[in-house]
Design a protein around this ligand. Sequence first.
Ligand SMILES: [Zn+2]
Length: 221
Amino acid sequence: MKLEPISHKINCKTCNHELLKKSPASNVLVCSFCQTINWLQNEPKSGKAVSGSAKNLLSIFQIGSQIKDTLVQGEIIGFIELLVNDSYVVLYQLKDGNNHIHWLFERHGQLNWFDQINHKAIENAKITNPNAGKLFTLEVKGNFQNFMTSKATMLKRFDIFGEVWMTEELELQTKILEAYDEDGQCFFSFIFSSLHNLSFIGKRIHIPISSIINPSFQFPG
Ligand SMILES: [Zn+2]
């Protein structure tokens, strides 16, 4: 049997521009030429995602940025910019050397480094009607942790850039919960229904600017 190499190239459905897929984990590729959002499987029936008007143009993180920190290593391959109520949250996706995807969450310049957790992990948490300042208990990987709701918001718009993994269930008006524990650990969840959510849990981190290599900034010499 002859083994064929797995194709990492797809053509944009709108303009046929050839796009290179960098991570096997991603399922959305935005065309760098015409900004069409190309879903690689299960295109949402009522897709409301848009692309093309990034608000984070002044961020130190760009697609192609390499981060070489002791905790965080990888290349930013894409990001999702979420407008929640009146402010922006950016979920950057990093591909590490083993092609695993990690998430870096930025809000007002603060960074959190996420692992995605199993949906079932929070089935016991009664957070269907979260209000700011509400305490709740979360079972995370078998451990119970207390969190306090920081923000309970509504998704108003989301823009996709580059290459990302995202759930096709994400829709406008999805509830978003942001909560913290006493150690500053962040819990971030898209709540689709009382038993169904997509959640991330992570730590607040600081990445020194010296450990970011941005392709837009080349020092001469
Ligand atoms: Zn295109």
